[in-house]
Design a protein around this ligand. Structure first.
Ligand code: SF4
Length: 309
């Protein structure tokens, strides 16, 4: 029997890891249901190409049927290579719509030179994408944000916004009409970089608008990358923390009824550790310390299971 070359084995492993991470997120948050029509937002960057690619793989094997339609918004930035995405989407045979909307001129007209343009630009883009989802009759909108985007947002909100808030894997759109999903929520950015190289996606540069990168996000990204190198496992542990929130041990009076605490109540989440040294495990185990409050994730369908014969 011929042995597969090492790089081929590694590539298969990467593909399998990505499929499982995406499948797990879809299952844990019930992101996709039978009959869904999912609009996959494609920017031309590594994340959205990978998202579409993995969703197509899952679509081919999943035990339920759902549709995918790729949508790209051509914002009329100077130098945007219009032919790249249609050529790619034709070559893989996925249904798609390219929407042309000159948000670039609007942003340039409204925002003063030298000021950051991203927040208005994203707001305009969101509005167009919601409208298109409605026109196409889509039930879900899939975005390509990954695990590292979610953690960066958590720190941005903590450092600059005074909020313990990240980026949800699933939410209802601002107008209440659409469900937005982030199937890459469990995927590491590094894996997406490798996958995009492996698949040779025709990447479109993201700096065509001439906007400066968000410096605060860049600094946080570098901080997280540095931690990842120096303290292996820390990033994974931080992401697990987002899935193991203990409101009684934070300080939000909206989230937990501190005023209603009375004597004689039973201990929750290990009770009061104020007088003890908290015993934090060296390696995060992923389960709460008393095991009593954790609800099992609601598994409606298993997207990773095979199609029924
Ligand atoms: S980088 Fe440019 S295209 Fe992207 S959100 Fe900011 S202004 Fe818009």
């Amino acid at each position: 029997m011929s042995k597969k070359p090492k790089h081929e084995l590694e590539n298969n492993k990467l593909n399998k890891r990505l499929r499982h991470a995406v499948g797990d997120a879809i299952n844990d948050f019930n992101m996709i249901e039978a009959g869904d029509k999912i609009m996959v937002c494609l920017s031309g960057g590594k994340d959205s190409y990978s998202l579409l690619d993995i969703l197509r793989q899952l679509q081919a094997s999943a035990p339920i049927d759902f549709e995918l339609v790729a949508v790209n918004l051509d914002q009329k930035q100077p130098g945007f290579p219009e032919h790249v995405l249609p050529a790619y989407l034709d070559s893989i045979g996925v249904p798609y719509r390219i929407v042309e909307e000159d948000t670039y001129s609007v942003v340039k007209r409204v925002i003063e030179e030298g000021k950051t343009t991203c927040s208005l630009c994203s707001r305009l883009r969101r509005g167009v994408l919601y409208r298109v989802a409605k026109e196409l009759g889509c039930t879900k909108i899939a975005l390509g944000h990954h695990r590292d985007d979610i953690l960066q947002t958590l720190f941005l909100n903590m450092f600059y916004g005074g909020k313990l808030k990240a980026m949800p894997p699933k939410l209802v759109s601002d107008n209440g009409e659409h469900i937005v999903i982030r199937p890459l929520a469990y995927v590491k950015e590094k894996d997406l970089e490798r996958y995009a190289e492996l698949k040779q996606f025709p990447i479109i540069p993201c700096n065509l608008c001439g906007s400066q990168p968000n410096l605060q996000r860049q600094v946080i990204k570098e901080m997280l990358n540095d931690w990842d190198k120096r303290f292996p496992g820390r990033i994974e542990s931080m992401f697990s923390a987002l899935q193991n929130v203990v409101p009684s041990h934070l300080a939000d009076t909206e989230l937990f009824d501190f005023a209603g605490i009375v004597r004689g109540q039973t201990l929750k989440h290990g009770g009061d550790l104020a007088f003890d040294r908290e015993n934090v495990p060296a390696q995060f185990s992923g389960s709460p310390e008393d095991g009593s409050e954790a609800a099992p994730p609601r598994k409606v369908i298993n997207i990773l299971a095979s199609k029924p014969k």
